[in-house]
Design a protein around this ligand. Sequence first.
Ligand SMILES: NC(=O)c1ccc[n+]([C@@H]2O[C@H](COP(=O)([O-])OP(=O)(O)OC[C@H]3O[C@@H](n4cnc5c(N)ncnc54)[C@H](OP(=O)(O)O)[C@@H]3O)[C@@H](O)[C@H]2O)c1
Length: 285
Amino acid sequence: MMNSPTVLVTGATGTVGSDLISALQARGATVRAMIRNPDRPVPGVQNVVADLRDRASVTAALKDVDAAFLNSPSAPDAAALQIQFADAARDAGLNRLVLLSQYAARADSPVRFLRWHAEVEAHLQRIGLDHTVLRPNLYLQALLGFAGTIAQGWFGAPIGDAAVSAIDTRDIAETAAVVLTGTGHTGQIYTLTGPRAVTHGQIAEALSAATGRDIAFRGVPADQFTAALTGVLPPWQIDGLVEDYAHYAGGEAAEVHTSVPDLTGRPARDITDFARDFAPAFGPA
Ligand SMILES: NC(=O)c1ccc[n+]([C@@H]2O[C@H](COP(=O)([O-])OP(=O)(O)OC[C@H]3O[C@@H](n4cnc5c(N)ncnc54)[C@H](OP(=O)(O)O)[C@@H]3O)[C@@H](O)[C@H]2O)c1
């Protein structure tokens, strides 16, 4: 890859994408942020307005880029949107695509999100585009979604005391930047995890220590979790989350992989690092 590659970042306003922009800049890349709202450009980089649902806009966004990071919202048509992007990238002669997938993506998974991700991975194999797959585990930043009840001293999920090697999304971004700007990653699938597997009870302890407050974790049955989210999230998303949590609760997402330290040259962030850095977000309402 050339010295200052131009990298298109989809999901540029999202959890991983926003940190990826600074990580790419730190590695000397020229960043082109793909955004939907022209009134809210990402500062300090090229911006291109495009929508994954509009292929012509994607084709225009891909013009003259050396590499692209593909991330999409979690949506029922996520696989179709990502496949369309991959086809547009192939037609544009893109040299490198880095795909954000998920830990344990598998065509026959009982978890729909993992099947969707596997479908995109298989498509990339088929079309022969130079690509690398990142499969991150549960995001620690997903805990920010529980900030409302955490402000009241607790959070609940149907996971029991199963441990998960959850990852800080800043480590996903830094690893993606290495892969997008480096060499030797073609065809690789990197599973990205934190440095250890933690239970939600241990997460609660880390949040308590970092905030100086008592924060408890309560295991809740799936039907109670569903009831609490009904009307807040669409049914497909609630069902998908319940499937995700059943997978975590079964101890199927507890392996620790060393891709983050291997690729970035420094340890993956621990739950205690996340809790310290995000403590203000978990304060009382
Ligand atoms: N949460 C987890 O624990 C976890 C774990 C592993 C993998 N993942 C995967 O991570 C991916 C992203 O999930 P996330 O919830 O973290 O989302 P996110 O990346 O934080 O946000 C979604 C991004 O997509 C953009 N976007 C939405 N609709 C779009 C469209 N039609 N065209 C172009 N861009 C669009 C949004 O931009 P706007 O600002 O325009 O809305 C935003 O930048 C999913 O594939 C999920 O499966 C999540």
